[in-house]
Design a protein around this ligand. Structure first.
Ligand code: HPA
Ligand code: ZN
Length: 349
C-alpha cells in the first residue's frame, strides 16, 4: 500500500513556517554522528588531544567545505574525525548533536557511526560505542529523546573488514539496533556486502544502506534484493526509474532523504530541483534528514525550512513528512501511536 496520511491539518495549503516545523514531533533517521562535528568542537578536541589540524581557524575550515561531489566531502570528513580519540570526545560529539535536536523538536534519533574510521586509527571500538551510548542515554533521560544506534560499514573497504568490525562490536550488541552501509558509493555496490548483512540479520539486527545517492537505480535494487534492507538511505536516484518508484511505493519502503546534503554534494544544483515533494505526492514514504549537518549547513529543522523556502512545502506536506519519519523508525507501534496523537494536536493548532 502506498504511503497514506490521514491527520487533519489546519491551514493545510499554507507554506509551513518555522514555528510549525519546530513544533512537529520528528524523528531523524539519517545522521552520521561524525558529520555533526562542528568546527568549534573540532578545534577544541584537537587542542585537548594535541592533534594538529591542517586548518588555522574555524573560518578556514568552513571555506574548505566547498564540495563538488560525495568523495570531495568524504576526504575532509574522515580527516576531521581524526580529532576523536577518547570516550569523552565521542560523548561530547553526541551530546552536542542531541542538544540541537532538543531545540528543534526532534523526539527520536537513529544515528549512524562509522567504527572503521576510528578502529583504523587504533581506537578501540568499545571506546567509541561507550562514549556515544552514554550521551544517548543522557539524551533520553534529560532531554526525552529516544534512540536506536546504527553501526555503518565503510563500503570502500572489503567485506572481510566489515565482518571483523561486526565481530569487534558483538560484545556491545545491546547498544546498537542495526547496521548500515556508507562511504564511497559508485564502484561499491550493495552485493559486495551481502554476506555480512545476512549475518547481521541472523544476529537480529535491522538493516539499512545508502543507495541511489550518486549511484544508479540498480544499487537501490541491490540493497533491497541482496541486503534485505528495511530502509534506503538517500534513494533519490529512484526518479530515474518508473518501475523502481512504483516498487518503493508499493512496498512502503522508507527513503531517508537529505535535501541540504544533496545540494551541497551537487546531486542537485539547486534545492528548487529537489524531487522529495514529488516523491511524497507519488505515494513514497520519504523522510527528511540532515546527513552531516556540520558540513552541509544545517540540522534537521534547516532541512525542513529549506523545503518550505525553495519548494513551497505546505503544512500538510511537512506534517506528512514528519509522520513518515516517526512511522519509518524502528520503534514499536505503541510508541508510534503516542507520537501520532501528539502530531495531530500540533496539526490541529
Ligand atoms: N554518503 C555516503 N557516506 C557518507 C555520507 C553520505 O551522504 N555521509 C557520511 N558518510
Ligand atoms: Zn549519509
Amino acid at each position: 500500500m502506498t504511503n497514506q496520511f490521514n491527520i487533519a491539518v489546519s491551514a493545510a495549503d499554507a507554506v509551513a513556517d518555522t514555528e510549525f516545523l519546530t513544533a512537529l514531533p520528528k524523528a531523524e533517521l539519517h545522521l552520521h554522528l561524525e558529520g555533526s562535528l562542528e568546527p568549534e568542537l573540532m578545534f577544541k578536541l584537537a587542542e585537548r588531544n594535541q592533534i594538529e589540524l591542517p586548518y588555522a581557524s574555524v573560518e578556514e575550515i568552513k571555506k574548505a567545505y566547498d564540495f563538488t561531489n560525495l568523495q570531495s566531502f568524504l576526504d575532509i570528513y574522515y580527516q576531521c574525525a581524526g580529532v576523536l580519540i577518547h570516550e569523552q570526545d565521542f560523548y561530547d560529539l553526541t551530546w552536542a548533536y542531541l542538544q540541537q535536536c532538543h531545540a528543534e523538536g526532534v523526539v527520536h534519533v537513529e544515528p549512524f557511526f562509522d567504527p572503521q574510521t576510528h578502529t583504523e586509527r587504533g581506537i578501540d571500538i568499545g571506546v567509541v560505542i561507550k562514549g556515544i551510548t552514554r550521551a544517548l542515554k543522557d539524551g533520553e533521560q534529560k532531554l526525552g529523546i529516544s534512540y536506536g544506534l546504527i553501526l555503518c560499514f565503510l563500503r570502500h573497504l572489503p567485506e572481510d573488514e566489515a565482518f571483523a568490525t561486526l565481530n569487534q562490536a558483538e560484545p556491545y550488541m545491546e547498544h546498537f539496533i542495526g547496521v548500515g552501509l556508507d562511504s564511497s558509493e559508485v564502484g561499491n555496490p550493495p552485493e559486495k556486502f551481502s554476506e555480512v548483512f545476512a549475518e547481521a540479520r541472523r544476529m537480529g539486527l535491522k538493516r539499512v544502506a545508502h543507495a541511489g545517492e550518486e549511484g544508479p537505480v540498480s544499487y537501490i535494487e541491490g540493497a533491497l534484493d541482496y541486503l534485505d534492507v528495511q530502509r534506503i538511505d538517500h534513494g533519490v536516484r529512484c526518479t530515474d526509474s518508473e518501475t523502481m518508484m512504483n516498487r518503493l511505493a508499493a512496498a512502503n519502503m522508507p527513503l531517508t532523504v537529505c535535501p541540504l546534503s544533496n545540494t551541497r554534494l551537487k546531486v542537485y544544483e539547486h534545492m528548487s530541483q529537489h524531487p522529495i515533494l514529488k516523491l511524497l505526492e507519488r505515494g513514497l514514504c520519504v523522510t527528511v534528514n540532515a546527513d552531516d549537518p556540520a558540513f552541509f549547513g544545517g540540522y534537521l529543522l534547516a532541512n525542513y525550512q529549506s523545503l518550505a523556502d525553495n519548494l513551497g512545502m505546505t503544512r500538510q506536506q511537512a506534517a506528512h513528512l514528519a509522520a513518515n519519519s516517526l512511522n519509518a523508525s524502528f520503534v514499536g507501534d505503541e510508541q508510534k501511536a503516542v507520537w501520532m496523537e501528539k502530531l495531530a494536536v500540533v496539526c490541529a493548532g
